[in-house]
Design a protein around this ligand. Structure first.
Ligand code: PNW
Length: 491
């Protein structure tokens, strides 16, 4: 009877970093405050508001530009070890180039970082979370071959100003969303809708930019500052629908297109774009009358430069999908990434639904994704840099579905740790409600609710905030814990 009744409560290690994550455009507001330059999200939301479901924008958002002390107070209430946020490129370099540094922008991030450090909260900084200076977009953005130089220059400014206190740097948040949704679809800024040409050009320039920033840090900052530099890639789990060979291949191709395109050149020992996908794109391109593959190649020098350019792998993980080759009946735009892959994705009805159409609570989702990454790239250092659940705008404070999601996700993280996977931290998306891109303020991911009707943008903890706090404090998941009363304070 011992084995069953005395089952050891599983624990998170003391040095495991529990945090929350946000992004500049989604929370800061102050879109033109104190010399900040215009970025592509300012430009798109102001000029094509129909791209956003509720025609809203991030002009004010959660107004964290003016409420950063309250944000840090919330981090303290939760007992966070770490906080992941992004720097707005145009706030510190209004034109994108490093000749003109906006001191007020630098001061804002200094204040924010110092406030965290004061309370022992480790800042994790993303250099690029989708808000490119508009001036650089006008020069072609990620499609300009000089982009990697501009990004390196910006990264050096950030390392210079903040690297004495920031020890964990993430170059890019989610290359797939930047390149595929921004350049090859009509959803995210700059809304280029360049089918499967733009995304692949962007992919090449993005990984080169990442590597330039990584090497700049490694060569010129690391020995003094002692930090680490990585990249965050969105890795949802794509499993085969059946155990047929065809479904296995379809799932593999889809994984290569969703994240392998960005991960393989950096994390694999070969250091190139994924093989099967590259072959398929080359084949399709030829059939379609292109004189060269729509996926640009990497030279041997470029491969060497990019390969191994990481200290850790940041994983944003939300959900799972099942992939089928035989049930592929969908008509896709030709050419497009989805047509290049040519597979059908399926989501079981019984997986509970969030407010976001793409988000479901899938079984063993984190374990499936992370064990796959570990088997592919070795047991490198992983940090889960985002994971979270959305409710509707009137979801309220009693968010039992979000509580269920976080508990399931963190059980899956414990499964990974039990299996020896080297996960060093977990960042919940998000600390507070914010501008959810195309869905504006219609989808809420916050542990804290924000009242966007009130000019003061007051924040109120949801039930999930109390549950997360209890998990962080005890380093255990107590499924029967009920916060009562729901009154929040700094311990
Ligand atoms: C992330 N998917 O994007 C972003 O990094 C955040 O800025 C965003 O607010 C958050 O997730 C919630 O949407 C994702 O299709 C976009 O699985 C799409 C997916 C996952 C993450």
């Amino acid at each position: 009877y011992h084995a069953k009744t005395l089952k050891q409560q599983r624990r998170f290690p003391e040095d495991f970093l529990f945090g929350t994550a946000t992004a500049a455009y989604q929370i800061e507001g102050g879109w033109n405050a104190d010399g900040k330059g215009e970025n592509i999200w300012d430009y798109v939301t102001h000029n094509t508001p129909t791209v956003i479901t509720d025609a809203s924008n991030g002009d004010v958002a959660a107004d964290s530009y003016n409420n950063y002390k309250r944000d840090v107070q919330m981090m303290r209430e939760l007992g966070l070890d770490a906080y992941r946020f992004s720097i707005s490129w145009a706030r510190i370099l209004p034109d994108g180039f490093s000749n003109n540094v906006n001191e007020a922008g630098v001061k804002f991030y200094n204040n924010y970082i110092n406030e965290m450090i004061k309370y022992n909260i480790e800042p994790i900084v993303t250099l690029y979370h989708w808000d490119l200076p508009q001036k650089l977009q006008e020069l072609g953005g990620f499609a300009n071959p000089l982009f990697s130089d501009w990004f390196e220059d910006y990264a050096r400014v950030a390392f210079d100003h903040f690297g004495d206190r920031v020890k964990l740097w993430i170059t890019f948040n989610e290359p797939r969303e930047i390149c595929y949704e921004g350049y090859a679809s009509d959803t995210k800024a700059p809304v280029l809708n360049s089918s499967a040409v733009g995304a692949y050009i962007c992919a090449k320039n993005l990984i080169l930019s990442h590597a330039k920033a990584y090497h700049a840090y490694n060569n010129d900052f690391k020995s003094n500052q002692g930090g680490e530099c990585g990249i965050t890639i969105s890795v949802n789990w794509y499993g085969p629908l059946t155990d047929s060979k065809d479904d296995a291949m379809a799932a593999e191709l889809r994984r290569q297109a969703e994240w392998g395109l960005y991960a393989e050149p950096i994390f694999s020992s070969e250091g190139d774009f994924p093989k099967e996908l590259s072959r398929k794109i080359a084949l399709k391109s030829a059939e379609q009358g292109y004189s060269r593959s729509r996926l640009p190649s990497l030279t041997d020098d470029e491969k060497d430069f990019v390969k191994g350019s990481f200290d850790f792998f940041g994983v944003n993980h939300y959900t799972s999908l099942l992939v089928s080759a035989s049930e592929y009946k969908q008509e896709f735009i030709v050419p497009s990434m989805l047509d290049d892959v040519g597979a059908f994705t399926y989501v079981p009805e019984e997986w509970p639904k969030a407010a976001s159409y793409w988000l479901r609570l899938a079984p063993n989702s984190i374990y499936n994704a992370l064990s796959h990454l570990r088997n592919k790239y070795g047991n490198i250092k992983f940090i889960i840099t985002e994971n979270g659940w959305s409710s509707g705008p009137s979801g309220g404070l009693i968010d039992d579905d979000r509580v269920r999601y976080y508990r399931a996700a963190l059980e899956s993280v414990l499964d990974c740790l039990d299996d020896g996977i080297n996960i060093k931290g977990y960042m919940a998306w998000s600390l507070l409600d914010n501008f959810e891109w195309n869905e504006g303020y219609l989808e809420r991911f916050g542990l804290y609710e924000v009242d966007f009707e009130d000019p003061a943008r007051p924040r109120t903890p949801r039930k999930s905030a109390f549950v997360y706090k209890q998990i962080i404090k005890s380093r255990e998941i107590d499924h029967s814990y009920e916060p009562d009363p729901m009154t929040m304070a700094v311990d």
